[in-house]
Design a binder for this molecule. Structure first.
Ligand SMILES: *Cc1c(COP(=O)(O)O)cnc(C)c1O
Length: 372
């Protein structure tokens, strides 16, 4: 079969008012971190998540750092994080001088396993960061219950899950704080950018202060604390507003792509399976992800190379934190180890055509069948 043109894994689709709004920033000179698009983007994002406060910031990593700082996390503190995540989740804890304490994932959702959290809680534990991995929401009820029982905060790292829902509630509105990323490959993008959501006004005020170098809101150029410059620019917010106005379109296109994959893959479950979707979950499909069965006799990386020759870009699932030097541990986390070794992300973006999806499925099945 002849290869189609290169099919990329992900990429932004900027088909709304993004260009018009950015040109307005340039025409008016409002290109830095003050301006009407910053306010409009924050207000519309708060409304989208159904929360009282949304704070834009420079990226999804500092969106995690700011709430940890506002909670006063520092050396000697522990924060529980999943081992199976993108490294930013653990790094944000490390930036505070605190220790990320790792928990394995569950095989049913690939997210942090709530039943393994309590054994990791010590008198030093201050909070839990959950990650809605690849767009599948975390089972939040048991986690909120554990957090309330032990007096811990819960941050939802929703960097990959804009618009995902848990039992009808939108992610980023369930824990004490939600954080989002608008990197170029995320569900909606501002190039680089992040957002923090919360209903805690006091915490929001602290985060706002720390985001703007710690300047006293009532006395310009007076600083009581060491703050940061973690602001988003008006130009990024202009793109973000254009994206957010169309988020229902972006989410429904992704859902269509995922459904097309699901329909084709159901006949091949002995070769590979998809990241499961729980009955209580609304997956927002940042990435459609598959897990190779043990029947396939080549490695995940070998399969990825074969697909690359076909012009299909794929990506390995994240390496668990405990396997990599900054967070290395001898102990094993069996579910994360297993899923990470045999899983890959396949192209997922809002403009993937049916012909491309059919081609990807054909090649995937062909290579798998050739290597049983
Ligand atoms: C992308 C991502 C981040 C960080 O976002 P950046 O905007 O790239 O800093 C944090 N956590 C998770 C789970 C992510 O996927």
């Amino acid at each position: 079969m002849k290869a189609l043109k290169h099919i990329s894994l992900a990429g932004p689709v900027l088909n709304g008012n993004e260009k018009k709004y950015v040109m307005d920033c340039i025409d008016t000179g409002w290109i830095s971190s003050n301006g009407k698009y910053v306010t409009a983007f924050e207000e519309k994002f708060a409304e989208f998540c159904g929360v009282q406060e949304a704070l834009s910031c420079a990226n999804g990593t500092v969106a995690l750092h700011l709430p940890l700082l506002a909670y006063g996390i520092g050396p000697g503190d522990e924060v529980i994080v999943p081992t199976f995540t993108y490294i930013a989740t653990a790094n944000a804890v490390k930036y505070c001088g605190a220790t990320p304490v790792l928990v394995d994932c569950e095989e049913s959702t690939w997210n942090m396993d709530p039943s393994l959290i309590e054994e990791k809680i010590t008198e030093k534990t201050k909070g839990i960061i959950v990650v809605h991995l690849y767009g599948h929401p975390v089972d939040m009820d048991p986690i909120m219950e554990i957090a309330r029982k032990h007096n811990l905060f819960v941050i939802e790292d929703a960097a990959e899950a804009h618009g995902a829902e848990y039992k009808g509630k939108i992610v980023g509105s369930i824990g004490d704080v939600g954080t989002f990323s608008f990197f170029g490959n995320k569900i909606i993008s501002t190039g680089e950018g992040g957002m923090i959501t919360t209903n805690n006004k006091e915490l929001a005020a602290k985060m706002r202060l720390l985001r703007g170098q710690g300047m006293d809101p009532k006395k310009r150029y007076w600083f009581d604390v060491v703050g940061y410059n973690y602001r988003m620019t008006n130009m990024q917010a202009a793109i973000g507003l254009g994206q957010l106005e169309n988020i229902d379109w972006h989410l429904s296109k992704r859902k269509d792509v995922a459904n097309a994959y699901i329909a084709q893959f159901s006949a091949y479950s002995e070769l590979f399976t998809l990241q499961p979707e729980m009955p209580w979950a609304k997956h927002s499909y940042w990435m459609v992800s598959i897990l190779l069965s043990d029947k396939i006799k080549i490695s995940r990386d070998e399969l990825m190379n074969l697909l690359a020759v076909d012009g299909i870009e794929t990506r390995p699932l994240f390496y668990p934190m405990h396997q990599m030097p900054p967070y290395f541990e001898e102990s094993t986390y069996p579910s994360a180890d297993k899923i990470s070794a045999r899983g890959l992300n396949i192209p997922t973006n809002a403009v993937l055509s049916d012909a491309e999806i059919n081609y990807i499925c054909d090649r995937l099945v062909y290579h798998c069948n050739n290597n049983i």
